[in-house]
Design a binder for this molecule. Sequence first.
Ligand code: ZN
Length: 115
Amino acid sequence: MADVSSLVSEGQNSLMVKCVHCDSRVLSPQSATFLSSSHPLPKPTQPKGQASTNTEDLSEWWVVDDMFTFDNIGFSHSVGTTKYLVCADCERGPVGWHDNTTRKSYVALARVKHA
Ligand SMILES: [Zn+2]
């Protein structure tokens, strides 16, 4: 992915995190921690008539320790111990995932915009 140094300040998000589709605010500045780690996330659009889910490996994430840190976030379906995060306003995504066991949430830098 592109150089993220302009987005990260002292390990946290220096800018507001917003939905790419409707501009809804997801996170305030300095509320999440940057993590570089490869993890699969389902693609926003899935081919019709296919049983399995198409995923892509993304490697840059905003880690949110507490759900209440989010300004706006919605959940889609759960898969095992994972819930997928979608925009609370337009319900598009997934923009990230939530681990039910650790209660941490991971927002993909590639699926949101920064302003
Ligand atoms: Zn939205």
